[in-house]
Design a protein around this ligand. Structure first.
Ligand code: MN
Length: 306
């Protein structure tokens, strides 16, 4: 069977309300993925939107050492700074306009702290599910200090991952996907070309926009489905939008706590390794807060979603 063409297929539209959650001690974020209605957009399987927030004097974000497997954590820094430390010994301050990419593979531990209490924070943290061929690989970490960007109509387009408008991000991913930051430099209507074989979703990070005819403000993810070759956006000035896309992920990732796997046994093994202090999850040199306790899996039967 051949895939339907963009002209014969009606793309989906679905709104997903992000839910508030707390990371670290008391940093409130909005989690748009995964949701009951939508597990993945391409291999993007997790999306937290943090801020914009101005921390009170003496306060900040402090997420103590915790393990990951089977995924890449992808941090897009918009405002403020976060200090990443991991069990490989990497210590990296991420600044606005930069991406931190941690490839967990078989296992890694990291901590994330705002370096100055009383500062600002605005960031998106995403997870990318690794395909089977990569999910047991050795872990690694990289900071990307500069991403390709250009002005396209009234939009400043920054390519965080994948390729758009002839620009390709250096961020190393292992499945066909795209991540784009759109900043409206003036109020107006713009068009962006899309790969119709990808499914896409958009999240307003600040401001207001009408995307594919749907009004959107921060706090809601708009799932756009597949088969679109163009996205029409009407934005107010200074509106910032995160656009995600990818080939629908054909594997079925199983998410629990900070782990992405395929079976409950794999998750339970990772949990046991973390709880027992296995060398799979080494200490984080220089960590300023205590490691995070995993929740209990007693009585938990994970259902794999799609
Ligand atoms: Mn993490």
């Amino acid at each position: 069977m051949t895939e339907p063409s963009a002209s014969t297929h009606i793309p989906t539209l679905q709104r997903i309300t992000a839910r508030e959650s707390v990371i670290g001690t008391d940093t409130v974020i909005r989690r748009a993925l995964p949701s009951a209605k939508l597990r993945t957009v391409g291999a993007w399987c997790f999306l937290d939107h943090a801020g914009p927030v101005q921390f009170a004097p003496g306060r900040g974000m402090h997420v103590g050492p915790h393990p990951h497997i089977g995924l890449q954590t992808f941090t897009w820094m918009i405002d403020g700074e976060v200090l990443h430390r991991d069990s490989l010994g990497c210590e990296q301050l991420i600044r606005p306009g930069q991406v931190n990419l941690m490839t967990a593979g078989r296992g890694i531990v990291h901590s994330e702290d705002t370096p100055i209490d009383g500062g600002r924070l605005h960031a998106a943290q995403l997870w990318i599910a690794l395909p089977d061929s990569q999910r047991h690989r050795e872990p690694c970490f990289r900071n990307y200090a500069e991403l390709p960007a250009l002005d396209h109509g009234g939009l400043r387009v920054t390519v965080l991952a994948g390729t758009v408008l002839g620009m390709t991000s250096p961020v190393q991913v292992y499945t066909p996907l795209v991540g784009i930051d759109l900043l409206a430099t003036r109020a107006g209507t713009d068009e962006l070309p899309l790969d119709p074989s990808f499914e896409h979703a958009a999240l307003v990070l600040r401001g207001k926009a009408v995307i594919a005819g749907e009004p959107l403000v921060p706090g809601e993810l708009l799932y756009l489905g597949r088969w679109r070759d163009t996205l029409v956006l009407h934005s107010e000035a200074d509106t910032q939008i995160l656009l995600l896309g990818g080939e629908p992920f054909t594997e079925t990732p199983l998410l629990w706590w900070n782990f992405v796997a395929r079976t409950q046994d794999e998750i339970e093994q990772a949990l046991a390794d973390w709880n027992q202090g296995s060398p799979r999850f080494a200490p984080v040199p220089g960590a300023v807060t205590a490691p995070i306790d995993a929740p209990s899996m007693t009585g938990v039967r994970l259902k794999s979603g799609t």
